[in-house]
Design a protein around this ligand. Structure first.
Ligand SMILES: Nc1ncnc2[nH]cnc12
Ligand SMILES: [Zn+2]
Length: 322
């Protein structure tokens, strides 16, 4: 039982956190037919490509600052009710631009929701701006330039998400140089859809302190040792990995093996309702299915706070709360 444990997560895409019920309300508000993306209050997709398509359609149902404030407040409030003290949400100004809202209003809407959730529940949260890999290196550089000049107190990091099988990591090193120079924390989706080479490329070309997923490092013993030696933190999302069939079942998921090898790992929900999960459920999976002790799970929560893109005073306050 993990419901009594304090929780923290470093990896949840905010549009991917919209429950189908909320997406349906948004669709009614804007007169949009959701028949192709929601059936029986469940998102409809069957592989990573159709998942991304469904994700983009759901994102297009959020169109105003108020819509984004509502989404962030609802998600973070639910997390806090499950004992979560810290959350980093992955946000995509490209989605704000696509719906005509604009990047600034998109960020301000989310920030208002984060502030409201904190006022209500005390939950601390930050935003990581993400580039979208399948839009290509030029688009990601523009997003990185935006992130670098924004200087919003709640925007503390940069990620690269999207279709990992498109482009090489090296093509994005310029984008990461821009955000590194702006003192943003760095993480990158790697070793989810592509193999160990993708994690190695990420370490070589981006030099991030964390990797989003990274679980396919399990394919390469030297790489596992490198991750452990360098203290790189993996944002592991077991439910997402099983749902997307990165591994066939929890018994073959590498979280335990990575942990045993000394890799610093954390528990995360990724896109919870798309993958029929929640952060609370990921904690339960770690405990009941993977057999981690409560003390080990607390260690992962501690690792998340240690690796969080936050100021030191906030880090110490959160560590003391675990
Ligand atoms: N699991 C995932 N991998 C890559 N990009 C994503 N965008 C939203 N969810 C994602
Ligand atoms: Zn992700």
């Amino acid at each position: 039982m993990t419901h009594h444990l304090k929780k923290a997560e470093l990896h949840c895409h905010i549009e991917g956190a919209a429950p189908p019920e909320l997406a349906l309300r948004q669709a009614r508000k804007y007169g949009i037919d959701t028949g192709a993306i929601i059936r029986d209050k469940t998102y409809v997709w069957d592989d990573f490509t159709s998942f991304l398509k469904c994700y983009d359609s759901v994102a297009s149902l959020f169109r105003t600052e108020g819509d984004y404030a509502l989404l962030a407040e609802a998600y973070l409030t639910e997390l806090a009710e499950a004992g979560t003290i810290y959350s980093e949400i992955i946000v995509s100004p490209d989605h704000g631009n696509t719906v005509g809202l604009g990047a600034d209003a998109y960020i301000e809407g989310l920030a208002a929701g984060m502030d409201a959730a904190k006022a209500k529940t005390g939950i601390e949260s930050r935003m990581l701006i993400t580039g979208i890999r399948h839009l290509g290196p030029e688009a990601v550089i523009r997003t990185a330039e935006y992130a670098a000049r924004l200087r919003h107190p709640l925007v503390t990091g940069f990620n690269l998400a999207g279709e990992e099988r498109m482009h090489s990591v090296a093509e994005f090193s310029r984008a990461f140089d821009i955000v590194r120079d702006a003192d943003l924390g760095l993480t990158i989706h790697a070793g989810e859809l592509s193999g160990a080479f993708s994690v190695r490329d990420a370490l070589d070309h981006v030099r991030p302190s964390r990797i989003s997923h990274g679980v396919r490092a399990i394919e390469d013993a030297d790489l596992i040792k490198r991750l452990a030696d360098e203290g790189v933190v993996l944002e592991v999302c077991p439910g997402s990995n099983i749902s997307l069939q990165v591994f066939p079942d929890f018994a073959s998921h590498p979280l335990k093996a990575l942990y045993a090898a000394g890799v610093r790992v954390t528990l995360n929900s990724d896109d919870p309702p798309f993958f029929h999960t929640s952060l609370a459920q990921e904690y339960e999976i770690a405990s009941r299915i993977m057999g981690f002790e409560d003390s080990e799970i607390n260690g992962m929560t501690r690792t998340a706070i240690e690796a969080a893109f936050i100021d030191e005073a906030t880090r110490q306050r959160l560590l003391a709360a675990i």
